[in-house]
Design a protein around this ligand. Structure first.
Ligand SMILES: [Zn+2]
Length: 217
């Protein structure tokens, strides 16, 4: 793994949105420094998308550099990513690794058809999944896994989704583990031998004890 000072700086940011904004403003600064003009005062969706591609590309360069080189030289991959039929997606200008999959012929958006490959151990991956969890009303692990797949392909997505839900204080607090009740003692009418229908009970809204008058048998 190689050191990347930008990614190093991003590990200090705990918000996914702030992470994107930091990189997008850095690109803005570079554009203005080169004499470029900024039309909109607030960040545009294109600028945010460009920032996310840049972050993912740098994470891939840091974590799976060997796979990058193999794909650039059109060599077969040796890592377990080879089963995902990855390829270099040059449509964004960065050429990050995207997942091939079996949805080439569908008319769904490109990000869903070929999601970007995102290593699970990166800090950015964690804050992205956490962002999805919070934005979607504290989605559970299954829903979270489905939401992740809409944009990124995270290896072991189910595992990271489970860990994010378990680490959420609100989810833990509102889903406490219930204690089992202690077993109570049965009333004497139910455990002592008697004539049939001498005493009856109906289990409806709690037991109502019914006592029949004593009659000689
Ligand atoms: Zn939660």
């Amino acid at each position: 793994m190689i050191n990347n000072h930008v990614l190093q700086h991003l590990t200090r940011i705990s918000s996914y949105i702030r992470c994107l904004h930091t990189i997008a403003y850095a690109f803005r600064f570079a554009t203005i420094s080169r004499g470029g003009k900024i039309v909109d005062a607030s960040l545009t969706p294109d600028e945010l998308r460009h920032a996310s591609y840049s972050i993912v590309y740098n994470i891939q360069q840091q974590s799976i550099r060997e796979d990058f080189r193999s794909l650039q030289k059109a060599k077969p991959l040796t890592s377990h990513f080879k089963y995902l039929t990855p390829f270099l997606d040059s449509s964004s200008g960065y050429a990050p690794i995207s997942v091939g999959g079996r949805l080439q012929d569908t008319d769904i958006p490109e990000t869903k058809r070929h999601p970007l490959l995102l290593p699970s151990k990166a800090h950015f991956t964690w804050i992205y999944v956490r962002h999805l969890h919070l934005r979607n009303c504290h989605a559970g692990p299954k829903a979270l896994t489905a939401l992740i797949r809409l944009e990124y392909w995270i290896v072991n997505a189910r595992d990271i989704a489970r860990r994010v839900v378990r680490s959420c204080m609100a989810c833990v607090r509102f889903k406490p583990k219930l204690e089992n009740d202690l077993m109570g003692s049965l009333p004497p009418e139910r455990v002592q031998s008697q004539q049939p229908f001498q005493k009856c009970g109906v289990d409806f809204c709690g037991p109502f004890n019914t006592h029949l008058p004593q009659s000689p048998i």
